[in-house]
Design a protein around this ligand. Structure first.
Ligand SMILES: [Fe+2]
Ligand SMILES: [Fe+2]
Length: 168
């Protein structure tokens, strides 16, 4: 059984994961309109992953006798300035999500809810991977700057990255 406090905290995380999915979906659409197919497919895949994170939480809450709430989401930005800015905001967003997961883990310890604490370890590991991936891409794009040829190659690189990830 979940305490009300844990249930509420998990529902807040459900909203964050759903909003993450929408943000990356908006990034995908924007990248597609700019002709960057690789970046777009990376973002579409990332959006799907965030939806999976959200669903995993939803199932857990309901399984543990709570009620997972589907709520109104904040609208994501429509355009993202440059690819550099877009990947910077992706990285910043992931850092924020990691912080939220940490806060959530902290609540489970205070409430002595070890089942939820155990469940959340998957998210802790996932955030380490996502931050590393976002940092890696950001480093690459910082090297390229606004060089058109470099961005073209970068787009191809990201396409390969998406193909490799989806095989896992
Ligand atoms: Fe996530
Ligand atoms: Fe994420």
């Amino acid at each position: 059984m979940l305490t009300k406090k844990i249930e509420q905290a998990l529902n807040e995380q459900i909203k964050i994961e759903a909003e993450s999915s929408q943000i990356y979906l908006s990034m995908a659409s924007w990248a597609e309109t700019q002709g960057f197919e690789g970046v777009a497919s990376f973002m579409f895949a990332h959006s799907d992953e965030e939806r999976m994170h959200m669903l995993k939480l939803l199932k857990f809450v309901n399984e543990r006798g709570g009620h997972a709430i589907i709520s109104t989401l904040a609208a994501p930005p429509i355009s993202f300035g440059s690819f550099k800015e877009m990947f910077q905001s992706l990285f910043d967003h992931e850092v924020m999500v990691s912080q939220k997961i940490n806060d959530l883990v902290d609540v489970t310890l205070k409430e002595k809810d070890y089942a939820t604490h155990n469940f959340l370890q998957w998210y802790v590991s996932e955030q380490i991977e996502e931050e590393a991936l976002a940092r890696n891409i950001l480093d690459k794009i910082n090297l390229i700057g606004d060089d058109k040829g470099g961005l073209y190659l970068f787009d191809n690189d990201v396409k390969m990255l998406t193909a490799t990830n989806s095989q896992v």
